[in-house]
Design a binder for this molecule. Sequence first.
Ligand SMILES: [Zn+2]
Length: 647
Amino acid sequence: MAPITIYRLDNTPPAELAANELKRCLSKMTGRPVKVWVASAYEPFMPGLWLGLLQDFGLRDDGGCEPDWDDAVHLRTDGDSGYIAGSNERSILLAAYRYLAELGCRWVRPGKTGEILPELGETLPEVEVQERASYRHRGVCIEGAVSWEHVRDMVEWLPKLGYNAYFIQFREAYNFFQRWYEHEGNPSYPRREFTVEEARDLTARLRAEITRRGLMLHLVGHGWTCEPFGIPGPGWFPHEGPLPRDAVQYLAEIDGKRELWGQIALNTNLCYGNPKTRQIITDAIVEYARENPEVDIIHFWLADGSNNQCECPLCRDERPSDLYVTMLNELDEKLTAANLETRIVFLAYVDLLWPPRKQRIHNPDRFLLMFAPITRSYSTAFTEVSPEGVKLPPYKRNKLKFPADPAVNLAFLKAWQKGFPGDGFDFDYHFMWDHFKDPGQFALAEVLHKDIRGLRDIGLNGFMSCQVQRIFFPTGLGMTVLGCTLWDRDLSLDDIAYDHLRASYGEGGEAVRKYLQRLSKLFHAKVIRGEASPEEVQAAIADWRKVPVAVDQAAAMVSEGLGLPVAAQAHSWKLLGEFGDLAKLMSAALVAKHTGSEAEAKQAALALVKWAQKAERRVHHVFDIFEFLLTIGGYLGLSREEMGIRR
Ligand SMILES: [Zn+2]
């Protein structure tokens, strides 16, 4: 059999990986040998698949974008010959995956269990694609509980779906790894102590996987308000031991006292009116930027608490956002003086939703505005509403009420944008907790799809999803909708869902769509969000009682699907079967909470917890049981102890 030849024109790690991935997949799909050569210039008459930057082929993207930041792919192949090109190194890898997807490859979930490579025969089809991503920022942020394998598989998976960024929170993501390795929420695993050094090691490996793919690397966010002052902030833990004596003067003064907010360093705001406080923080960020040149974007966030701003004479007449912007300008000057090009993310979040009155960002090119509407509801999309005519609620120091209404959230964004013309993105939480309330994921996918489509209209250039990493149970619908719509905002939800479910389940994909859509309706996420009227709660109770029948009706197709010859599809059916057990137990627990005695409610809730803990060994790669327990166990009234969560 004649070999397929790949000529690689680019020597960067993402291009090298792109060539290797093409080789791996093409040889499996065609049964033909695949050879990779490095070449210095494109020779159009030399047969082979040529891989490189747009300019290597005399191509350019006419979108007027910044090539380092914006991804575009051009593919033109005629069987064994042609080019696969990207606008930057990362885009070369995206182009390779885009080419493979055109050939029918699908990645329905991270890891080996999710890869589907069709058999092609010996002839490669013609491919012609010329696309530019709809949005610049298409990323996932670490959250939930994670093992090394979980995050590695996620980072491997992201570029296959067109994502281009990954955000590691904190310097070493300790809390997320700790939850997994100490098996928070699952006492059936052996107990062990997880150290910050281990987290540092895993984070270093993760950073290498991110940069190898050329993905934009975002880092830190949390911790600038405590660690530079000698107060550790590895997670949302109560502080142990005395505070460094010097540090206390920098804490926010509230009701006449300077102390940690609820004992938790990460949640504690500081006395930002004190220039020395600002200096310590901005020096720490500059030092970090200098020591970590491969970090593209550093997030500079204030405390994770709210209504806890300093009331001292230096601060009390200033809006927190004015002091924040003062600090951002001071940071920018220092970074410029140090010749550092690192970009800085600042955020509009809780108290900082109220925009500055006096200060303005001097160098918008340095910064990205991150809009983080954590208190929003996921019952409706942002972009279905208009902020026109919405009056911002007044700023009342430490007595703020945060908006659930998307229109008010948008009005805050608009107010910030008035003073900041630069780049920005949405930092949002659809898959942090909310997907557990809509186990079928269809209702949430619809809101997400609308949100993403509308980002451009609200002046945002992308999305960073603050989410559990294991969000593929029962399907990868949500993550597929997110990736595909960020790449091409004109894709319809129906088309994305059809393709994903067809790839995941084969011929049965359409039946699965109907089944999951029905479950989505029956679960009434609005009730679990606490947004429903008494009538809606009654309707939900009636529907929750119908869930077991719906699951039983699907049993026959599930057992048939288990026998499919494509391993990834058989695995999808297996997960769908497991999911039926969860749906039954969860619906029973919801009914018991709303109609049963306290003892009945507890018994039903604990049965669900027990199922989750037992199933974890089989479904941990797709389902974050720790966050599921926190969210749904919490709604059902269980304490952390009852769910085996220690810290
Ligand atoms: Zn103060």
